[in-house]
Ligand binder design. Structure first.
Ligand code: GLA
Length: 381
């Protein structure tokens, strides 16, 4: 599927705009564990997936910007559209950001298309931002490093609404084949963890829903955990980060505010689960990893309250299956995907889950296998 989409985007660009100067690929990301802790100086364990977004571009002789969305068969001239499509706001945000920092006035034609499930919780928006920045970097000779690109992508996404951490952009820019990225979000450093899964597989189950409250509820959780940390610092009389705290340090908060206690206990316990997961992966103890994933789901559901009925239905069904080590919601929540670690021998059959899900929610479940692939790259045309 991947090469076909890439070729289609290039061929379409040629007929529309002529010979491209540059082709960029930006992958989506999956996350094994470490959810809703990247904005808390936490530890996370994502990887870049093979499914990617492709961008083709060439400079123009004027300062106009033409964008073509291959998947929506829609071309726009940026800034001239009265009713701009949703995806165009990311491009505009980045152009404005770069304009302020680098003074852009070179026009270009661009076409993009993707085999990442859009809006499906594998961070198509970060892939779009990172990929577009990488294309501009090449096309306009901006000399931005990978880290500068990921920081700019994150800044652009904040400008649009979701005040996320930098897990997605880091995985997208730095991903490596067969490796998970053990990312320390406090000092923004990462190590690669060998992910030879011995025939076991990571499988994503797309709920097919994205509840509209994602951005507002996500930002609210961020405020709540920050507030909880302030209360804890005040009580212990010194400034500490989430990373230095234990569940004992925060026990007092339960009486003062159950909500704040639950929020921060998710953060502390999830960071600990990531540490344990790295050990389990190194020791090839997949059952332990699976149990940690199940615990992560429970904490996201009960303590952080970012799950939804569709995610719980899928995760809890999978957790009962003998051929599954563990399953949990992945990403920001309120829809998107469940990630499961499925035992070797899996041949694609989750028929009971698919039919039960369709009966309950009226939605056809989409199931895809994912494996760690390389990060964003400049491709041969
Ligand atoms: C979204 C954000 C990430 C991260 C996850 C939850 O994907 O973009 O930064 O916070 O949610 O772990």
């Amino acid at each position: 599927m991947t090469p076909t989409r890439k070729k289609k985007v290039v061929a379409d660009f040629k007929t529309r705009f002529g010979e491209p100067e540059c082709l960029v690929r930006a992958p989506g990301r999956a996350n094994i564990i470490g959810e809703h802790v990247d904005y808390c100086e936490g530890l996370v364990l994502p990887f870049a997936i093979k499914q990617s977004m492709y961008f083709c571009g060439k400079r123009r002789n004027d300062s106009l910007v033409y964008l073509h969305a291959f998947d929506y068969s829609k071309t726009i001239q940026l800034e001239s559209e009265k009713e701009a499509p949703n995806w165009s706001k990311y491009f505009l945000q980045i152009i404005n950001l770069l304009g302020k920092k680098k003074g852009l006035n070179q026009g270009f034609d661009l076409s993009f298309g993707s085999d990442i499930p859009i809006g499906g919780g594998v961070s198509s928006s970060s892939a779009l931002c990172c990929g577009f920045l990488l294309l501009l970097n090449e096309l306009l000779g901006l000399r931005l490093s990978k880290r500068q690109i990921l920081n700019l992508a994150s800044e652009a996404e904040h400008g649009i609404g979701l005040r996320g951490g930098k897990m997605d952009q880091t995985a997208i820019m730095f991903g490596k084949k067969d490796k998970a990225i053990f990312l320390d979000c406090k000092n923004e450093t990462h190590q690669f963890i060998d992910l030879s899964l011995e025939e076991n597989k990571f499988v994503l189950f797309d709920t097919g829903v994205k509840h509209s409250l994602v951005d507002s509820e996500y930002n609210k959780r961020r405020e709540e955990v920050d507030l909880a940390l302030k209360c804890v610092c005040k009580s212990i009389g010194k400034e500490v980060s989430f990373r230095e705290l234990t569940l004992t340090d925060i026990a007092f908060l339960e009486k003062e505010s159950t909500v704040l206690f639950n929020r921060i206990s998710h953060v502390i316990s999830e960071i600990d689960r990531v540490k344990q997961s790295v050990k389990a992966i190194d020791a090839k103890e997949y059952s332990s990893l699976g149990l940690l994933m199940n615990d992560s789901h429970r904490s996201l559901k009960e303590r952080l309250e970012v799950s939804c009925n569709e995610l719980d239905f899928i995760a809890e069904h999978l957790q009962r299956q003998a051929n599954v080590y563990g399953a949990r919601m992945m990403g920001g929540g309120f829809g998107g995907n469940v990630i499961a670690l499925v035992k070797s021998g899996y041949s694609g059959g989750f028929n009971k889950l698919t039919s039960d899900y369709e009966e309950r929610f009226g939605i056809k479940l989409k199931i895809i296998e994912v494996e760690p692939g390389k990060g964003a790259s400049i491709e041969k045309i």
